[in-house]
Write a protein that binds this ligand. Structure first.
Ligand SMILES: Nc1ncnc2c1ncn2[C@@H]1O[C@H](COP(=O)(O)OP(=O)(O)OP(=O)(O)O)[C@@H](O)[C@H]1O
Ligand SMILES: [Mg+2]
Length: 258
């Protein structure tokens, strides 16, 4: 399998100004790893270790100080005009709280149609066909199209958010704590949905979670972050059975009922 995404010596810093003194926080510190097409790569590590910052760098929401991010072998900071336009469609995000990531004033139909209106010249019929297909993939009925986000349960809302993320046919989905706000039975459904989507679409997923049980179930490989650094990475079974770093062992020991 080819590398879809390569992160090379990435450094991201935040500058904070407090009482006229400027301080610099290195949120991502010289991180390198790759994600292959169709692979589920999980990032774990305690709160504040830089997981979300790293994903924001991949989606260009924050600018790294140094290092590089390659998508299909090419730096995302050296893209042609056309590649720049296409990149956001290829790398999509799903967040922890589906209620705040969906526009409460938009019907589901419009929520799903908007990315197609902005990014494609598809005919009305083709747009509807894409919307219906994606809805089916995420396990929702067509009659939900005329409802608003508040009319759904948390799990259904996360399905809608996933549908919107899929509508432009991405190659990489970044899921930042996608099930943390859901109760256990619904978590399992959404996790299985992501696994199915990976299978059917050969979708790569960067899966960010503090829940090691979920990671063990879904991920092919796992990277452990600590204070901005990627301190260990391996295939999932090796991380869980033969952790190399003391911190990884501590993290595994602190997880409930592994
Ligand atoms: N916009 C920002 N400005 C300044 N500092 C920030 C900003 N965003 C994050 N940070 C800091 O950068 C560090 C990494 O934050 P980040 O959100 O990437 O961590 P995380 O691993 O995603 O944590 P969590 O598991 O709680 O979501 C933290 O110390 C955080 O306080
Ligand atoms: Mg985070």
């Amino acid at each position: 399998m080819e590398n879809l995404l390569e992160i090379k010596n990435l450094v991201v810093e935040y500058k904070n100004i407090n009482n006229n003194t400027e301080s610099v926080l290195r949120a991502v510190d010289n991180v390198s790893f790759c994600i292959k097409s169709g692979e589920i790569y999980a990032l774990a590590g305690e709160s504040g270790c830089g997981k979300s910052t790293l994903s924001k760098a991949v989606t260009k929401l924050v600018k790294p100080l140094s290092g590089d991010i390659l998508y299909k072998g090419k730096s995302i900071f050296k893209q042609s005009k056309q590649e720049k336009k296409e990149y956001p469609a290829k790398v999509q995000m799903v967040f922890q709280n589906p209620y705040s990531s969906l526009n409460p004033k938009m019907k589901i139909l419009d929520t799903l149609k908007e990315p197609l209106d902005i990014n494609t010249k598809f005919s009305k019929n083709r747009k509807m066909a894409v919307i219906k297909q994606v809805l089916e993939e995420v396990g929702l009925m067509e009659d939900c199209l005329h409802l608003y986000p508040h009319q759904f349960s948390g799990g259904q809302r996360q399905r809608i958010a996933i549908a919107r993320a899929l509508i432009l046919n991405p190659k990489l989905l970044i899921a930042d704590e996608p099930v943390s706000a859901l109760d256990a039975s619904i978590q399992a459904q959404i996790i299985n949905l992501l696994r199915d989507l990976r299978q059917q679409r050969e979708l790569a997923i960067l899966f960010i979670s503090h829940d090691l049980n979920v990671i063990r179930y879904i991920a092919d490989r796992v990277g452990i972050m600590y204070c901005g650094k990627l301190i260990e990475e391996n295939v999932t079974s090796s991380i869980f059975n033969f952790p190399h770093q003391e911190y990884t062992r501590t993290l595994l020991n602190s997880a409930p009922s592994l």
